[in-house]
Design a protein around this ligand. Structure first.
Ligand SMILES: NC(=O)c1ccc[n+]([C@@H]2O[C@H](COP(=O)([O-])OP(=O)(O)OC[C@H]3O[C@@H](n4cnc5c(N)ncnc54)[C@H](O)[C@@H]3O)[C@@H](O)[C@H]2O)c1
Ligand SMILES: [Zn+2]
Length: 342
């Protein structure tokens, strides 16, 4: 089992199978609650059994699937349930599932009794390399993640066997964010994708991508400066996601191609063609043709308005060397043209 520390608050365990002791010792803990979702029920069942084998009481609840779990109604129902169970200060909330489960479990843990311990077991690649790492928790309200809190899980447990068994589309979804981590912070991770394509060894991808996110987050927990580099591919990506009805990982792939083209033009980035080829080999889209250009630029204008009138994007000088830059209409033009929006 490999162990990655995030600051002093969190540790991430990466291995195969569940660790012998899932929870660390904690004086006063009387029970745990496990939250999960339909696709992760099997894993959650094993987690609950492992916790009971440690001699702890454990209640399990299956949340609605995907973002249907990320509502205040679901959270309110969970608070009532925790009250019925008399979950106390030293007890633990365990989240087993994709990012929607770990976001809700983290948020409930952050707010129940003003904060109890959370432990997260991400069961999707996106959850493992992104959502469960970094302490952002929350639910949706009108927009995504409008209500939330920063709350570090004390432990994140990643079972590589679970991720290896995922269907290809859930792997791709997470590989998009993992490739992003490589592009902004780990050239060797990019080389790994180069050598293996979609058959890339899951354990190495997860270890490396988590290490990138952990190091960015540890220096900048509350999103001041450097954490912004995690948004590589996400500016145009978000607009494409909202306009195009494609998944987040796919939209980020398109967004990275666009950001790569802008980087090539204004930062002398020479890796744009290689990046596009890597994305293609993962089975992720490099273009989003047929999208309404005006719709996309409107969404970007909205983004700009929210950020004191300047549209900032993460660009690459080289692989592993990101910069956050203000971009203008002509830059955006270049990016959109590169992904077939025009
Ligand atoms: N907190 C953060 O920093 C952060 C970062 C990125 C994304 N997120 C959030 O994460 C969510 C997306 O996460 P996600 O892509 O993991 O999606 P998800 O939680 O919506 O799960 C996607 C699907 O995978 C299924 N599933 C889960 N584990 C499985 C398994 N082992 N085998 C088969 N199917 C399985 C689920 O049932 C669901 O249908 C979004 O709500 C997003 O806002 C949060
Ligand atoms: Zn993302």
């Amino acid at each position: 089992v490999e162990r990655i520390l995030i600051g002093t608050e969190s540790e991430v365990l990466v291995g195969r199978g569940l660790p012998a002791a899932l929870l660390d010792e904690r004086a006063g803990r009387r029970q745990t609650v496990v939250l999960t979702q339909p696709g992760a029920q099997n894993v959650a069942g094993r987690v609950a059994a492992a916790i009971e084998a440690e001699g702890l009481r454990c209640a399990l609840r299956v949340l609605p699937d995907r973002d249907d779990a990320k509502t205040l109604e679901v959270v309110a129902g969970l608070y009532e349930w925790l009250a019925d169970l008399e979950v106390a200060r030293d007890d633990t909330v365990v989240g087993v599932g994709g990012g929607s489960v770990t976001d809700v479990a983290g948020f409930v843990a952050a707010t129940w009794l003003r904060g109890v311990e959370s432990v997260l077991l991400p069961t999707t690649v996106l959850g493992a390399v992104d959502a469960a790492i970094g302490g952002k928790t929350g639910v949706n309200l009108r927009g995504k993640n409008l209500v939330g809190a920063f709350w570090h899980p004390s432990r994140v447990v990643i079972d590589i066997d679970v991720l290896d068994a995922l269907p290809p589309e859930l792997k791709r979804e997470g590989f998009s964010e993992a490739l992003k981590a490589g592009l902004i912070g780990d050239p060797e991770l990019v080389d790994l994708f180069d050598r293996h394509g979609a058959a890339v060894p899951m354990d190495q991808v997860v270890l490396r991508a988590v290490t990138v996110k952990a190091s960015v987050v540890a220096g900048d927990f509350r999103e001041a400066g450097r954490r912004a580099i995690l948004n590589y591919g996400h500016t145009i990506g978000h607009a494409v996601e909202m306009a195009g009805g494609i998944s987040h990982g796919e939209a980020v792939a398109v967004g990275m191609v666009a950001a790569g083209a802008i980087s090539e033009q204004s930062e002398g980035f020479t890796g744009a063609a290689r990046q596009r080829e890597l994305i293609e080999r993962l089975g992720l889209p490099t273009e989003a043709p047929g999208l309404d250009r005006a719709g996309i630029t409107d969404l970007l204008a909205l983004d700009k308005k929210r950020r004191d009138g300047v549209l900032r994007m993460v660009l690459l000088r080289s692989i592993g060397e990101p910069v956050v830059k203000a971009v203008d209409g002509r830059d955006v033009e270049v990016g959109l043209a590169a992904v077939g929006i025009g």
